[in-house]
Design a protein around this ligand. Structure first.
Ligand SMILES: [Fe+2]
Length: 207
């Protein structure tokens, strides 16, 4: 691996390991890398692996370093997070003298990773980032960690419940690009919803 790529991975890893946001921390990145390692064996097309790994490592660095509260804050984060992380990546990538093609391809994937349900990604690396990030929707470790940390915060739990009911539950695998990710999404969603139902029944999770 090129030295500048390794340095950029190390810098992002440091930023993510210091994140106070449990939804966007080092665990989120390492689970996505694990999924990418599997997905990479299922795609029979030319992929720039440096671009994928850098995009995964840097895509949430802005969220990991900024925190805006309330609904307006959450909305601003949603609108700006792609651009914010892209600018952070660009700055350090230029300092590390990363070649321009790699830098631009990573920047494109990061900028477009939040996306709208209608957006279409133009590069295979951006599609991969989109898929492995979306698989994280159903990470039990991620969501339960968040719940445990915030269960005494009534406003936060109310917002999470609304998000769960009107956004998460309605998400389908249609917007994912690769067959493996689509089938994983469906499998993980099913397991997640079954677990939530059981936990609610047992009174462990109160949503
Ligand atoms: Fe993410």
């Amino acid at each position: 691996m090129k030295e500048e790529v390794q340095n950029l991975i190390d810098t992002a890893t440091l930023i993510m390991s210091e994140s106070k946001d449990m939804l966007h921390d080092k665990g989120h990145i390492s689970r996505m890398i694990t999924d990418w390692n599997i997905l990479s064996t299922k795609i029979n097309k030319k992929i720039d692996c440096d671009v994928v790994v850098l995009a995964i490592c840097w895509h949430d660095t802005w969220l990991a370093t900024h925190n805006y509260e309330g609904i307006i804050g959450a909305l601003f984060e949603y609108i700006y997070e792609g651009v914010g992380s892209m600018l952070m990546f660009n700055k350090i990538a230029k300092r590390e003298c990363l070649d321009e093609k790699t830098r631009k391809d990573v920047a494109y994937a990061i900028k477009n990773h939040p996306g709208l349900p209608t957006s279409k990604h133009k590069t295979i690396e951006a599609k991969i980032l989109w898929d492995v990030d979306n698989l994280e929707t159903w990470s039990w470790e991620r969501l339960v960690g968040m719940y445990e940390e915030n269960k005494s915060n009534k406003q936060m739990i109310a917002m999470a419940k609304t998000y769960f009911e009107i956004v998460m539950k309605k998400r389908t695998s249609d917007r994912l690009y690769f067959d493996w990710s689509k089938s994983e999404f469906d499998k993980r969603k099913k397991v997640f919803l079954e677990k939530i139902r059981q936990y609610e029944k047992d009174g462990v999770v109160r949503l």
